[in-house]
Design a protein around this ligand. Structure first.
Ligand SMILES: Nc1ncnc2c1ncn2[C@@H]1O[C@H](COP(=O)(O)OP(=O)(O)O)[C@@H](O)[C@H]1O
Ligand SMILES: [Mg+2]
Length: 360
């Protein structure tokens, strides 16, 4: 007998279910690594949550997830989507083992530096003419101190932009010499801001101690305090540990903070709050006004970012600042004031809709 259970899983990765093919929720994502990353994270989250879901009279519910990236045609009225990408995603879902995620080679190419993947070889997919190389995502790759730029296979060769690249290089040289640099890259969507910013990763290659941190602002979280910062820290501290285990997360947070110069006693409750980790019941309550929490958190985050530059020079890339929430903008303003003597290049990309004057 087949029983149907309506299950609502809230994922933290805003995997908005925006279209349906029969019986199958589909996350429709444009061809960008940010959205593809969200789709994979939402998929991992769904699998993790289903694994811990207890239903009184049902066996374990398994899911198979397929993720493809490309153009789709979306009907504005009922938001149904069509196109080859939908067919590929649905076929990938079909060949996935229970509780696994299978992605197209295009998604793999976009995201192989962020996720561990297993090569599943070439498959002939029904309705698709050529055999397709597919990959199984096994988990989130822990961010190393910097991106392994060598592993990031560009989709197309970088062309032009000589003047801009020269400017980036010059600023990186200044940063290496201990003069903190702030550089903004503004322009309409699709003009090449991210691609240009990423060329700086090639420069990092020359310095074995150099590091790279990326904060990605999100259009879905323009009012969520410190969203891109919290996301980056979560990835760095928890990797792919199950989101639900607060004890593990608390311990991981403690370990992380011990590896920094931040005062543990002060930082632990504030970071726990920032990252939504429930403290153990033995822990005293945070007895501070919200304003004090905000100021202390900001101060610790600035210190954390400045401290990174003690071990080596680095780049902090803040992507799509026009979507940043007010606390993130406030943090960046304060950080810019403090980073003058740090070996840091702060790169900010934004669209013309950014309504915020950065410190000069
Ligand atoms: N100089 C370039 N050479 C080759 N491809 C580029 C270049 N600039 C941008 N692209 C490509 O154009 C697309 C949009 O660029 P992207 O950097 O994502 O734009 P933005 O961040 O401004 O929205 C990407 O696929 C990118 O790889
Ligand atoms: Mg971009």
């Amino acid at each position: 007998m087949t029983m149907l259970y309506p299950i609502v899983l809230e994922t933290e990765e805003n995997g908005a279910v925006s279209a349906y093919v029969p019986g199958l929720p589909v996350y429709v994502a444009a061809d960008s690594h940010v959205k593809a990353e969200r789709a994979i994270r939402a998929g991992l989250d769904i699998i993790a949550r289903l694994a811990t879901l207890e239903l009184s009279d049902a066996p374990h519910i398994a899911v198979r997830i397929g993720i493809a990236s490309g153009l789709v045609v979306v009907q504005p009225d009922n938001r149904s989507a069509a196109g080859d990408t939908m067919v590929i995603a649905s076929r990938l879902q079909g060949i996935a083992e229970p509780d696994t995620i299978v992605v197209s080679s295009r998604v793999h190419r976009l995201l192989q530096i962020r996720f561990d993947c297993l090569d599943r070889g070439e498959h002939l997919l029904k309705g698709i003419a050529k055999p397709m190389h597919v990959w199984r995502v096994t988990g989130v790759r822990r961010l190393t101190s910097r991106f392994q730029a060598a592993h990031m296979a560009p989709l197309t060769a970088f062309v032009g932009r000589e003047a801009e690249v020269a400017t980036l290089r010059e600023h990186w040289r200044q940063a290496l010499a201990g003069r903190g640099q702030v550089l903004t890259i503004g322009g309409e969507a699709g003009i090449g801001k991210s691609r240009l910013a990423r060329t700086v990763l090639d420069e990092l290659h020359d310095d074995a101690t150099a590091w790279f941190t990326e904060l990605q602002c999100s259009p879905f979280h323009t009012q969520s305090a410190l969203y891109p910062v919290a996301e980056q820290l979560r990835l760095r501290i928890f990797g792919n540990q199950p989101q639900s285990d607060d004890a593990l997360r608390w311990a991981a947070l403690q370990d992380f903070l011990r590896s920094t110069s931040l005062p543990l006693d002060a930082a632990l409750p504030l970071f726990a709050q920032l990252l939504s980790v429930a403290p153990p019941s033995t822990e005293p309550m945070l007895g501070m006004t919200p304003e004090r929490v905000r100021l202390m958190t900001r101060q610790l985050l600035v210190q954390l970012m400045i401290d990174q530059a003690r071990a080596g020079p680095g780049v902090i890339l803040v992507e799509d600042l026009h979507w940043a929430d007010p606390s993130t903008l406030d943090l960046i303003d304060h950080f810019i004031e403090r980073m003058r003597d740090a070996r840091i290049l702060l790169l900010l990309t934004h669209r013309p809709t950014l309504d915020h004057a950065l410190p000069a």
